[in-house]
Design a binder for this molecule. Structure first.
Ligand code: 5GP
Length: 187
């Protein structure tokens, strides 16, 4: 029998802005350090505390466009006026090492990946309610009203897309949501 290393599995996690994806993923990854979270490239400016090569690879628009032209992205999309993308070589290297990889990306990118890699598992994180989502978005206090309205508009569009995902997890009780994520990813 050939001694081939098992290839890792690919998971996509999406969810509207303000749904608590970040905290959910943080707790999940602390409990499951064998799972890799992919680092995306973006043209968005770093927020306070964000570090290049840790949270994102922060690129200029020109650098991003060159990478698009060179077909370096497994998927990419424009979101809220900024570009975001997943470098194919980065993800393939981890999968070839046998690692299970999570991409935390928005819905257009998720569907591009499903086209290219039908085995990918798409997971959508839902808010307990739309009121709660708006409350959480406003509670962040990092953006002006126009930006919040934009994010809400995107959130409603993304909620529609959740119907095409393989799994939906409601992030109401954090521990319960982590447990459900483990059931999908680790079993
Ligand atoms: P934020 O600017 O709040 O970090 O992210 C905005 C949105 O971009 C989120 O919905 C996040 O999931 C998405 N995103 C982050 N990285 C990528 C990526 O590589 N590709 C795509 N398509 N979306 C991404």
């Amino acid at each position: 029998m050939k001694n081939e290393k098992r290839k890792g599995k690919l998971f996509v996690i999406s969810g509207c802005s303000g749904v608590g994806k970040g905290t959910l993923l943080k707790v999940f990854l602390e409990k499951n350090p064998q799972i890799e979270l992919s680092i995306s490239a973006t043209t968005r400016k770093p927020r306070p505390g964000e570090v290049d090569g840790v949270n994102y690879f922060f690129l200029t628009k020109e650098e991003f466009e060159t990478a698009v032209k060179n077909n370096e992205f497994l998927e990419w999309a424009e979101f809220n006026g900024n570009f975001y993308g997943t470098k194919e070589a980065y993800v393939e290297k981890k999968l070839n090492e046998g690692k299970n990889v999570i991409l935390e990306i928005e819905t257009r990118g998720a569907f591009q990946i499903k086209e290219k890699k039908p085995d990918v598992v798409l997971i959508f994180i839902l808010p307990p309610s739309l009121d709660e989502l708006e409350h959480r978005l406003r509670g962040r206090n990092t953006e002006d009203e126009a930006a919040i309205q934009n994010r809400l508009h995107e959130a409603y569009r993304e909620l529609e897309c959740s119907k095409k995902y393989d799994y939906c997890i409601v992030n109401d009780d954090l521990n319960q949501a982590v447990k459900e994520l483990e059931e999908v990813i680790c079993s």
